[in-house]
Design a protein around this ligand. Structure first.
Ligand code: C5P
Length: 230
């Protein structure tokens, strides 16, 4: 796998025309794209099909969270769409439903979202969760491993502990990545691409520093070079 294959570019853009423009400007540097809520209801699924047909990898960031049977049927439908990564919340029944729905599909990897980075200890407490955040992340990573999921989404802060515990059994996909000098935007805790890789991240998710750059192809290439050199 090359460094470019480990860079997932988040297409958080208002419509598919803007996304298609960004994809064509990024060119060969972009091998793996993430489609989430912003594009999903307005043509994002067709865009995912087009990207797949063009040989790109596709991360469907749908964060499913429902009873296991419903998740199972939803994931069966996602398999018909085609995609490489799909997120679900890292709860045991949700993960089990997703893994069952994926069945023998060798392509679609199931990723468990551990704890959203927008949540801190105070927010968890308010919801009645009195476990330390790093312990909760590891517990949910364990749910993912036990269910037979392929990986987790986790911040670079937690990547090392997840890798230490689960090794290659779980792929770690890490957002909140910013090259030195780039704006943090609304990300609270950011790390550089090299630091994320050194922490154990297998894949990095980067959005605005690439899609909003004056030269998105160079921005993506620079991040890939940093991944390669880490
Ligand atoms: O533009 P930026 O690089 O901040 O985009 C990061 C992407 O990763 C966004 O699509 C965001 O929703 C996603 N993400 C995140 N933090 C998480 C999970 C997903 O930033 N914990």
């Amino acid at each position: 796998m090359t460094a470019n294959d480990r860079l997932i570019i988040a297409l958080d853009l208002p419509d598919t025309d803007k996304a298609e423009r960004a994809i064509s400007r990024i060119g060969d540097a972009g091998r793996f794209y993430k489609i989430g809520y912003q594009l999903m209801p307005i043509g994002g699924l067709d865009l995912a099909r087009r990207l797949s047909a063009d040989g790109k990898k596709v991360f469907l960031d749908f964060k499913f969270h429902d009873i296991g049977a419903t998740v199972e049927r939803g994931v069966q439908s996602v398999c018909k769409l085609g995609g490489d990564f799909l997120t679900v919340h890292a709860e045991p029944d949700v993960l089990k439903g997703a893994v069952a729905g994926r069945g023998d599909d060798k392509r679609l990897k199931i990723l468990g979202v551990t704890v959203l980075t927008s949540l801190d200890a105070a927010a968890l407490k308010k919801s009645g969760i009195h476990v330390d955040l790093p312990d909760l992340v590891l517990r949910r990573a364990e749910f993912a491993a036990e269910a037979g999921a392929d990986g987790v989404v986790a911040s670079a802060q937690e990547a090392a502990a997840i890798k230490a515990r689960f090794g290659d059994a779980l792929q770690v996909v890490t957002p909140g990545v910013r090259p030195a000098g780039a704006a943090a935007n609304d990300q609270k805790r950011v790390v550089t691409p090299a630091a994320a890789v050194q922490a154990g991240a297998d894949f990095l998710v980067v959005g605005r520093p690439i899609v909003e750059a004056d030269d998105p192809a160079s921005a993506a290439a620079a991040i890939a070079a940093e991944i390669a050199g880490a």
